[in-house]
Design a protein around this ligand. Sequence first.
Ligand SMILES: Cc1cc2nc3c(=O)[nH]c(=O)nc-3n(C[C@H](O)[C@H](O)[C@H](O)COP(=O)(O)O)c2cc1C
Length: 131
Amino acid sequence: MAMTKEMMEAIERDLVFLATASNEGVPNVVPIGFARPLDEDTILIADNYMNKTRENLEENPTISLVTKDATKCPFQFKGKIEIFTSGKYFDIVTEWGQNAMTKLSPKAAILMKVEEIYSIQPGPDAGKQIR
Ligand SMILES: Cc1cc2nc3c(=O)[nH]c(=O)nc-3n(C[C@H](O)[C@H](O)[C@H](O)COP(=O)(O)O)c2cc1C
């Protein structure tokens, strides 16, 4: 599901709140700084410190995220992830970590395929699927 240029820019520059759920349906939400669109359908996320998040991702690959400043990007993104601990996606997040102010060594790269986008704009369209 294609993200617009504005959506991609908002995800690139802002923190995102990443929601996961265990197989039993226990939710978990965390702020994530290293989430960057690779193209209009894909968001790459660095697992630097994930614990419950990572457990949930391994049990249940479906995630949802919003940007911190949802007034500028009033959309909810949903999709499925794959986890990579080597290879080209892992190399990208490793490079992000090396270039960070305090050097980081990511544990994994989380690749999200964006499948659904919903409006979260308050008003009549709140919650409507737009893509
Ligand atoms: C501002 C901020 C940015 C963060 N960015 C990341 C990140 O890019 N990657 C990451 O793995 N954890 C990041 N964290 C840590 C996670 O939010 C969280 O602490 C970690 O996933 C452990 O929580 P969990 O056990 O619920 O997964 C960040 C935390 C804060 C406060």
